[in-house]
Design a protein around this ligand. Sequence first.
Ligand code: ZN
Ligand code: ZN
Length: 643
Amino acid sequence: MPSLRDEMEKKIMEILPPDAKFSRVDFEGPNVIIYVMNPRYLMEHSEYIKTLAKELKKYIIIRGDPKVRIREVDKLKRVITDMVTKSVGSNVIDDIVVDEPTGEVYIYLKRPVRERGKLEKDILAETGWKPWIIPTALEMGKDLPRSDIDIVKQIQLSTAKERLDFLKKLGMRIHREPIYRDARITVTGLGAQMEVGRSAILVRTRESSILLDCGVKPSSSGDEAPLIDDLDLDNLDAVVITHAHMDHIGFVPYLFKYGYKGPVYMTEPTKYLMEVLLTDYIEQAESEGRVPPYSRQDLATALYHVITLDYADHPTDISPDTKLMLYDAGHEVGSAVVHLHIGNGLYNIIYTGDMKYGPTRLLNPAHNRFKRAELLIMESTYGGKEDVQSPRQESEQRLVELVRHAVEHEGKVLIPVFSTGRAQEVLLVLNEAINNKQLPKVPIYVDGMVLETLNVHLMFPDYLNRTLREMIYDGVNPFLSEYVKPIERARDPEKRKEQVMEILQGPPAVILAPHGMLNGGPIMDYFVHAAEDERNMLVFVSYQAENTVGRRIQQGERKLTVRYYSDRVTLDIKMKVESIPGFSGHSDRRQLINYVRNMEPKPHKIMLVHGEPAKIMNLALTLELQLKIPTVFMSNGESIRLV
Ligand SMILES: [Zn+2]
Ligand SMILES: [Zn+2]
């Protein structure tokens, strides 16, 4: 029996004219690569590429045969430098690394570039080498830590050969002929069912098995991990990650530790954020004397299995019967709504991950227009009856007032934040308020991962809203100002204490640091020493999950024992405590309902996840009554058959 590849070659030879000089076809992960001796001809006659894609029903990439590549490395670098200079400007290249065995060339730029994809295509056509353009934001972010960029680069370069082998094998697996003709689709909740945390949803057909998210739960009651022990890792085709928050990515390296060898799909910003967050997760466990669930090596392995996709790009084949698209979710930089297209139009699943259906200072609202949609799996964090957030502007005004109040009373304002999202928004709001003289010139100390992740915002402006995107492309860093003081954390505990005390004993200030739910992280160093002074203020700007220190304080607990390094300290909290829910990166109840109401097309069925039980049940009832769409929810471990 001829293989799928043989049949493809036959078709390609029928379609392509002799002038293109077809040489062979290869699979590279989800992509079908067609090698030709005359790539320029096809770049100039793009109608052939369209016909090929239509006939083969695959996304195809045209590449020059290795025989027609530029041979000398020096010449290659010269040609690339000229092309980059022409399209972006001079002195933009930070580094060019050529990898002969794979035919790839990595081009590191000092600033982000518009139309990166087009420049990559042009370089390929001109040189025959496959370019990867990586913006490092070196120019604007020169004072920011950049270990994530260096580590991802190191992994990328040291595993280029393994990665190519991995992609070849993956390609054979994805592009096999489907075996079963009958349909059967089930969804199993392995986490985040009737709870917030450890998101993990398994979608299975007769042909494939796909895991959506794989997170941990911020909790200390033994229910941190999703229910993945019975997962058949050999038969798992793909892991798809919506965004880089611990409750969605925290357990990904664990899969690799136990033998998973397949791809992890996500956006490019999410990949860098994943490196930052998970390295920190490992370090934090170690500093508290706990054994982390996986090692740095497992994380590195996970990273080189990452395949990145852009928003609303072409449908990507991830198994013989399933295609994947990612769309903007408006929740943090790079966050995605997942669209799984199963069995050639048979069934479409939309999974929102965490999403914000409303504009923010940072991002566009979540996307809700699709070609088809049978099932919508939607988050419900703020789905409860009482979860109506005040308008953005009011929330921003409230934050400015609170900071002003604390500053006038000689206090410090502690804002626990996640490394991305609220942290960047709060910086934008406070910078603006100082510039508009709504606030006196207070120092804003930024500690911990917030700094590392700032770089990711500067590297990928296309993932931000238009205002910020244009500012960054114009060379303005909107997050930093003369008032923003990055803190490089002292490693030594004694030095660290001195560093923190110097800030706390100094003039009034704002301090932004993770962890956003006060479950450890650099914020604890400040909190432990600031909590008992009534002049100070603690302001929550994001969701506090059940059983976290943040939630307990929010609910009124004022005598509290917390973990501090390997000790436990008991605090008598006297600082003021305030919450501003309107800053959330999650949709509130109205936005959740409107997301469905305005969705095109309307889903046939809704499944609610990522919410507390009372909120999920209430939201389900409302959606059924108001929008007449059957709405279901599950417990962890439960499955629903869809087709
Ligand atoms: Zn999230
Ligand atoms: Zn979440």
